[in-house]
Write a protein that binds this ligand. Structure first.
Ligand code: ADP
Ligand code: MG
Length: 594
């Protein structure tokens, strides 16, 4: 075949494919343009999931009469002048391709009036070609009507999902912007029904309630300013779920960087890791994390859709996010049984009513945004899991208050639970879960200090396992050694145990190795890819912890409760189950009808 330059309209449609993947991408580009234009009110309307109509109207600065046609030309932008501007982008758009791309695959009507002009313009385009233009009276601002999306790209049209699915994608986008931009009033209508309405009064909590519904919206914890990184120009704000709130997928973790919603596996992982051991396995947190840093620290020009960014100092951002989220969650972690959402304020009540306007149930899940549940294999492996928790000095003062108050042991129930009394009522402690937490943190803190004392056995012990188990144990040996447990292959399915970590010196090596081999999966199935060592520690602590059914002496119970008080996260076991349930005096009084 002869090499030829593509006709302009073919080239345009190819390029459009990268920016305009589906109706939600059109909504995204139009909303970003409105935000860049300084709008404070945004009205979004769709019909049939955006395929027949997407209409976005704003009260921004508008487009000057002389520039309306130009705005639809490829690489036409008012947001960049020089190549250097590309190094520090402060607007959401900058590539000058959205309007051109959208126009090439739909019928567009753009009506606009520029703030400094008295007459507005209406421009119609079909498949990227201007078909009419008129002057008219129009309030300041811009409206874009996109009709018959992909009418001239049958292949793309075929791949559009049901209107409902496309609506979900659109909502996933707008609801997040509504939270990140609480000062902007968003109104969203689908097929004539109001989906979302935010007041735009600048109150994030209002927007959270309107988007997530009352229960979830109220339960989210605000990341306090304490967690600002004083030495770094990185600011992390936002809202995160308490440990009692979790979801089956990571689609509830939302990240914004400099006002832009981004998808970033590594930062998503930072959030998940911040909840390390605080959530049940295979459950994911709800988090809305807003990161602000100097524009020159981040490269947004990675992909036409602008949903990926690169950080100049990715590790710093990772740490800042992880610290802020972890600190917030730990500071607020309540005893599972006593926690209740604060009663709504008058303002919140108004917003509950707004939220109720939505046809979906108030708890309707946000659509999934992450395609995969597993980190991409190419994802660089992050800091060791043990560094997940910030050192205790960095826990803010209120965190201490959230720790256990001094408790007085009353007795044991059913050889499973310890009953204790505290300043605010009754505490029931799961002896096994509590002991697991204690053993785990002791080992972890030794690990953090890089100092796990190891104790050589007077005589090495030979352990022989079933062949399968032996094969599974082999790959764990290096990890065991870093934990202070020196085990060598000893021919066939036998191993020679030479030393044990001092913390576990009383354990039976045969029992430990057999248990590990039978229960540790080398391919971590858990949400965060745990370090092997960490999985081993969890497994062994589970094994070594006192069991339910074990009678404890008064001294043993006292000791256990004192040790639990010393832990950083006394309220959950390393697997995320509660260790302690509190019943307040008020609850007791209430139960007795006092
Ligand atoms: P970009 O946003 O990357 O500049 P677009 O193709 O999205 O490229 O838009 C082209 C130009 O049209 C923008 O730079 C802006 O000047 C103008 N524009 C687009 N939408 C609006 C709007 N809603 N209000 C005001 N100006 C707009
Ligand atoms: Mg744009």
């Amino acid at each position: 075949m002869t090499i030829r330059l593509l006709p302009e309209d073919v080239a345009a449609r190819i390029a459009a494919g990268e920016v305009v993947e589906r109706p939600a991408s059109v909504v995204k580009e139009l909303v970003e343009n409105s935000l860049d234009a300084g709008a404070t009110r945004l009205e979004i309307e769709t019909r049939t999931g955006g395929q027949s109509l997407i209409r976005v109207r704003d009260n921004g600065q508008g487009i000057p009469q002389a520039e309306v046609t130009l705005a639809f030309r490829r690489h036409a932008t008012s947001k960049l002048e020089t190549a250097q501007d590309l190094e520090r982008i402060r607007t959401l758009g900058f590539r000058g391709e959205a309007l051109a791309s959208i126009a090439s695959v739909s019928r567009v009507t753009c009506t606009t009036r520029y703030t400094e002009e008295s007459v507005g313009t209406r421009l119609r385009l079909e498949g990227g070609k201007v078909v009419s233009r008129q002057s008219l009276g129009w309030p300041q601002g811009t409206e874009l009507r996109i009709e018959d999306l992909f009418y001239n790209v049958p292949a793309r049209r075929k791949f559009l999902r049901a209107a409902r699915t496309e609506r979900k994608h659109i909502d996933a986008f707008i609801t997040r912007y509504a939270i990140a931009y609480p000062q902007i009033a968003f109104s969203v209508m689908h097929d004539g029904r109001q989906m979302l309405l935010t007041a735009g009064r600048g109150d994030v909590r209002e927007a959270l309630l309107a988007v997530y519904g009352t229960d979830l919206g109220n339960s989210l914890l605000e990341i306090p300013a304490v967690f600002a990184e004083p030495e770094l120009p990185i600011q992390v704000r936002g809202y995160v779920g308490p440990t009692t709130v979790h979801r089956a997928n990571r689609g509830y973790i939302t990240l914004f960087v400099n006002g832009r919603w981004i998808q970033d596996l590594r930062l998503t992982y930072a959030v998940i890791q911040a909840y390390h051991t605080l959530l049940p396995v295979k459950r994911y947190p709800v988090a809305f994390v807003i990161i602000t840093l100097p524009p020159e620290e981040v490269d947004v020009n990675v992909h036409p859709a602008k949903t990926e960014v690169r950080f100049h100092n990715g590790d710093d951002v990772f740490r800042a996010v992880q610290r802020a989220v972890r600190g917030t969650v730990i500071a607020e972690a309540p005893a599972a049984a006593t926690w209740q959402a604060p009663p709504p304020t008058a303002q919140q009540v108004v917003h509950q009513r707004l939220a109720a306007l939505r046809p979906a149930s108030p708890q309707a899940p946000l659509p999934e945004i992450a395609p995969a549940d597993r980190p991409r294999p190419s994802q660089p492996h992050t800091a060791p899991a043990f560094e997940a928790a910030p050192p205790s000095e960095s826990v803010p003062p209120q965190a201490r208050a959230r720790r256990l108050p001094p408790l007085r042991v009353v007795g044991q129930v059913s050889t499973m639970f310890i009953v204790a009394e505290g300043p605010d009522g009754l505490y029931l402690i799961d002896q096994h879960a509590a002991h697991e937490r204690i053993l785990y943190e002791q080992m972890v803190s030794a690990w953090r200090q890089g100092d796990i004392p190891s104790q050589a056995l007077l005589e090495p012990v030979v352990v022989t396992l079933p062949a399968d188990d032996a094969a599974r144990l082999e790959p764990l040996l290096p990890a065991l050694q870093t934990l202070g447990m020196l085990v060598e292959p000893f021919g066939g399915a036998s191993f020679l145990v030479r030393s044990l970590p001092a913390h576990w010196r009383d354990a039976d090596p045969q029992m430990l190795l057999a248990d590990l081999a039978a229960n540790t999966e080398t391919q971590a199935p858990s949400p965060v890819r745990l370090e092997l060592e960490e999985m081993i520690v969890r497994r062994i602590c589970k094994r070594l912890a006192v069991k339910g059914g074990q009678v404890l002496s008064r001294e043993e119970m006292d000791r256990l409760v004192r040790d639990l008080e010393q832990t950083e996260n006394p309220r959950t076991c390393p697997h995320g189950r509660p260790t302690i349930i509190q019943i307040s005096l008020e609850q007791l009084a209430h139960q007795f009808g006092r």
